[in-house]
Design a protein around this ligand. Sequence first.
Ligand code: GTP
Ligand code: MG
Ligand code: ZN
Length: 367
Amino acid sequence: MPYGSTIMIDLTEYGWNAALAEAFEPSANEGLIPSRVVKQSRDRSTVVTAAGEVAAEVSGRFRHRAQGPAGFPAVGDWAAVRPVERGSCLIEALLPRRSCFTRKAAGEAVEAQVVASNVDSVFLVSGLDGDFNLRRIERYLTIAWSSGAEPVIVLNKADLRPDLADVVAETALVAPGAPIVTVRALAEGGLDGLVPYLIAGRTVAFLGSSGVGKSTMINRLLGEDRFATASMSDAAAGRGRHTTTARELVRLPGGALLIDTPGMRELGLWADDEGLDRTFDEIDGLAARCRFPDCGHEHEPGCAVREAVEAGTLDRRRWESFLKLRRELRFLELKKDEKTRRQREKAVGREFHARLKEVKKHKLRYR
Ligand SMILES: Nc1nc2c(ncn2[C@@H]2O[C@H](COP(=O)(O)OP(=O)(O)OP(=O)(O)O)[C@@H](O)[C@H]2O)c(=O)[nH]1
Ligand SMILES: [Mg+2]
Ligand SMILES: [Zn+2]
């Protein structure tokens, strides 16, 4: 790759700005160059630099210093890289993330996994077919409100639902404060509702289960079949799960930056209380009228939330969903605290042994 002085790509087209340039300054002094991660699959990255796209991997120093999986490069990250040879470079550091959509990594480990970083909007995509699920939307929203990006609920495959107005009304009840857009990815003009969010230099991540039409939408917006999509026959037969396997950022001709992601089978919560409260805004509002300021809305007397459920003004499923997600968050907090404590104990232990060794050495020397 030509790393010389020829500049082929203006990184402002990828969202580079004065604030990033300032954060990058120390790295510039080390002879590194700025780049954005445009593709991420397992431990392989591709970054775009002023000289074009190149394969990238993290340096030994980066790996040594990284704090868990969330510290590793994710699509959308800005990275300081060192060109090494034709067609590859080493990622030495990441610039601070402005926002990031995070989930709990699958399995027992209490680790965050960054799905997409530095995003302005997240399109939470559902398909209006058999797979439509309001509870899943609440789960995505809780993370999205915690991410620092603006969520937009995108309901695709609107062609399959004659009762569209009802579905939108139902969705609005579980997504207070989030815009809802219905689209038909396969129809002429069917994506017009997304246009207000596709702004030059701004980044939009497409998130949602497998088969909801994320890649189909991005292809239509690009005007080319850049990404593989599940074929109609696969979709009809219920096959074609997880067609997309990498997280990838592309630039639309109009300048908006879109991130395609593989469908997520499991979306473990990695969020904060504020994200939960925004998702369940009406419950948060009712809570102000509970007798106890720290009411858990479960068994306490004088609970305005439970009273609303009993009076039928708050949907019982909504209340149950809130309690379930909150339980999941509490469990996560507990595990995180445990982990921090263990790490601290380990550090204290290490320190103690180091001192002990010093003392012994000292005694030997002066005996
Ligand atoms: N009826 C209908 N089908 C659609 C629409 N949008 C997409 N599809 C179909 O849905 C199937 C899945 O689309 P994909 O774009 O591959 O889905 P995806 O969200 O990218 O899935 P993963 O990559 O597995 O996460 C394909 O067969 C599409 O043709 C739509 O608006 N209406
Ligand atoms: Mg896809
Ligand atoms: Zn209460």
